[in-house]
Each structure stands twice: as C-alpha cells, then as structure tokens.
Design a protein around this ligand. Structure first.
Ligand code: VAH
Length: 310
C-alpha cells in the first residue's frame, strides 16, 4: 500500500487522485494534518496525521501495511521565510521520520520532493546543470539542499531506496498552491476567469522554471517505477517544463481573454525569485529514466482556462 503524506496540498491532491486511478482507490492512503479536498475523502482512505509525530506515523504505516511513502508535507518558500525555525523542523524532521522507517526496513521505497529552490544567486541561471554551485538563500532552499544530502546519505549508507525530483513552479487547476513564490502563475488564471485585473507580486521580466502539474505527476510516478539500476542520482533530479515571465503568461492568457489587465507590485517574494534560476537542464533525467515534458505555454494556458471554474 502507498501512503501520500501532504495529500491536502497542491501536489498531494493531484498525486493521490492519479495514483488511485492507476493502482486502485484502496491501494492509496491519503494523510495530512489538515482536511483534504472532498474528492480525496470520497475516493479512498484518509488519515489525519502530523508527520512530526513518529508514533502516529508508525501507527498509520502499520494499520494500512504501507510499503511506499510519498512525503509532500513541507512549508514552501514564502511561508518558510515567515517561520524559519518551524519550516526547518517540519521539512527536516518530517524527512528523517520517513527515511528512518525505510532504514529500519519497515517500508521499502520513499519519494521526497526537492525544488529549484536549492539553487541560489551564485548558480548559473540559464540551463542550470544537474551538478552545480548551490548556495540557496531561503530557509526552504536550505532545507531542500540539506534534504537532498540526507537522501543520498541514507541511500549510500543504509541502502534506502529514496527518489527525488527538483520541482519547478507547478501549475494546476485541481488544487491551489500554498505559500510559494511561483503561486502567481496559478492565481493569474483565476483572475482572468473572474474577469478581474491581476496584481502580480513579481516584476514583469522575472523568468522562472515552471511546469504543468500533469507533467510533474507523471515524472514522479515514472521515477518511482523506474528500474533501480536506472536511478543513478540519489540527491534529486532536475526536470524542466517551460520557462516564462509574468509578462509572457499574461500575453498567453490575454490571447483568450482580450480585456484582461495586469499590474506589477513586486513584494518580498521578488528577492526569493531573483535568487532562483530561469531555466533548467534536465538531460540527466531524460537519459536515466526517459523523462520528457508534454506541456508548453499555449497548451497549458488552454487547459487551465478550459478547466477552471470560478
Ligand atoms: C515555491 N512552488 O514557490 C514552490 C516551489 C520552485 C517553487 O518550490 O516555493
């Protein structure tokens, strides 16, 4: 059985639904500290769980005979800056609680998300390589960089089969993002659908690596299903979808919503975005386990506008 921790979140919601479609509702147990979307409760088992409570985690794993855990519980970049100590505790202790279950052979396989937030201002910004300088300047990025080091350590020292992807900013209509610096790229679609002007918290030329959620979920499951000998990177894999600026996504939407308007009011999240790369080199993931993205800006814009209901 598979346990998805963080199933009320932006990735977790869609991951549970896709895994249940693929493996059957009863094979996927959802868990989160807060109530998930109704569709998660209606389609299978849900456990209220605080990932920092090791005993509670073991009880859920034992009760449902869990063999695989996707750990998506974390504070994202913007929220973590407001709660540095708790962000470090949640992002790191949560990871150790799950890695230790695998080290103790209670579970067999772990997925843990990293992020392009592991890169910092001294990282090459264009076509950022799989292996490069990483001096993250956010609490979230520091926790993801440390987490990558620990995942590789647990694999090399204890044989833990933990697999990881450095997600770009993710865009979905199934679930809202929570506390990220790339959230504007989701919010802008909702404003367009409501025929409201959009106020963007990043400047118009801020290019960031992004990805449509369906690509990210497919990459996650493909990596988890890859033969173990193909998974050569045990820190975390770069994957790339598309890169755009707020001005570019605004224009892509405006082609469908002619009187859509935008204004730019950069806030504290501009400094976070400025520390991140603009585009990612994902040749290693392509070579190791056949990754490839399917959504470009036009296709993503069309799907988002067609499916968002306001
Ligand atoms: C965030 N959406 O903004 C997340 C992600 C690369 C961005 O890590 O923090």
């Amino acid at each position: 059985k598979v346990l998805v921790i963080g199933s009320a979140g932006q990735i977790g919601t869609e991951l549970v639904l896709t895994l249940r479609e693929k493996f059957g509702n009863e094979a996927i147990i959802a868990a989160d500290i807060k109530e998930p979307a109704a569709v998660i409760l209606e389609s299978g088992a849900f456990e209220k769980l605080d990932i920092l409570n090791k005993e509670a985690l073991l009880a859920v794993v034992t009760k449902h005979k869990i063999t695989e855990i996707y750990l998506l519980a974390a504070l994202l970049s913007a929220t973590a800056e407001a709660n540095p100590k708790f962000a470090w505790q949640l992002n790191m202790e949560g990871l150790f609680n799950v890695l230790d279950l695998a080290k103790d052979k209670i579970i067999e396989k772990v997925f843990w998300p990293s992020s392009i937030a592991v890169f910092g201002p001294t990282t090459p910004k264009l076509n950022t390589p799989q292996v490069t300088t990483m001096e993250p300047t956010t609490v979230y990025g520091i926790s993801k960089q440390a987490g990558e080091r620990w995942c590789e350590y647990y694999h090399d020292k204890y044989g833990v089969d933990v697999r990881s992807i450095r997600y770009p900013g993710l865009i979905s209509y199934t679930s809202l993002p929570g506390g990220g610096t790339t959230d504007y790229a989701v919010d802008i679609f909702y404003s367009a659908k409501k025929q409201e002007d959009f106020t963007c918290f990043l400047s118009e030329e801020t290019a960031l690596p992004m990805m449509y959620m369906e690509d990210a979920i497919r990459a996650t499951i493909d990596l988890m299903e890859a033969p173990v000998e193909n998974v050569k990177v045990r820190s975390s894999y770069n994957i790339a979808g598309l890169t755009f600026t707020p001005a570019e996504i605004f224009e892509a939407i405006k082609a469908h919503v002619p009187n859509f308007k935008i204004n730019y009011q950069p806030d504290f999240r501009q400094d976070i975005a400025n520390s991140w790369p603009s585009s990612i080199d994902d040749r290693v993931a392509k070579a190791d386990w056949g990754w490839d993205s399917k959504y470009d800006l036009e296709k993503m814009t069309q799907v988002m506008l067609d499916n968002i209901s306001v």
